[in-house]
Design a protein. Sequence first.
Length: 339
Amino acid sequence: MDLDTLRANAQALVAPGKGILAADESGGTIKKRFDAIKVESTEENRRAYRELLFSTPGISDHVSGVILFDETIRQSDRDGTPFPKLLADQGIIPGIKVDTGAKPLAGADGETVTEGLDGLRERLEEYHALGARFAKWRATYTITDEIPSRYCYEANAHALARYAALCQEAGIVPIVEPEVLMEGSHSIERASDVTAEAQAALFQELHRNRVLFEGVLLKPNMVLSGYDAKSQAADEEVAQRTIRCFRWTVPAAVPGIVFLSGGQTDEQATSRLNEMNMLGPHPWELSFSYGRALQAPVLKVWKGDAANVAAAQAAFTHRARMNGAARDGSYTAAMEKAA
């Protein structure tokens, strides 16, 4: 394990003004997104779409890394350049999703544990050879009055920690993603409590598994009310509650927190990140690892038509620029209208 390289790559992924593009959609997820724009989810259409994203001019100004799916890390652009090389040549770090999905947690009705540890050491060696220098593993937590249980917190924390240790052994920066889901009617206070519990259990297990905190990134949810809650907090309250929760649970040695955008509109994800950075300075960099919140406008413009590539890339550039501005608290809603 090269500790200096791990630290350097973790810091590069949260460089000022930059964040991560999550382009690691599974086959089922990308099909849903393509269905919405009436594009068939063939391997060639998926390849062409990812090439559109990865070849956008100047995108390295605001994108530090890209999370790839197993299919995507093995694909190339139309000229035959492998996608990891295409990204690396622009100064963008290639990454890879390595978990195999959330499955029912035995003996815990309504709860899940993420699988994928079997054979992971060998897969990480292959992904490193293909160019990946960071990875991602997602755990999910559903909120009701009864769950998550302590069993669920501990099972997912242990899996995340074992994954992270194997990543660092392979010279790969692990992104740990304990996502508290927004489905439900829970309050923002309940979401804060569950988020804190999930992260406290996670960092305890990371420590037990000898994971170097300086070489790991956290990809969490923002602290938000459930979709069906009676009231939704303003962006300022979301920012304040999220920062307070993370100051309780996230060690200062962690270089950065790269938020997921799940359940938020494109502009909400940007605005709330901006509000959090306005509350700084913080012990860690606050950045983004957005999938849908960066890609939704791109898909709407592209529609599977090669004639729309330039316009779709402009939409991608705009969203990346807005989130880049949110990294230092300089984003304003007026910037959206001006564009």
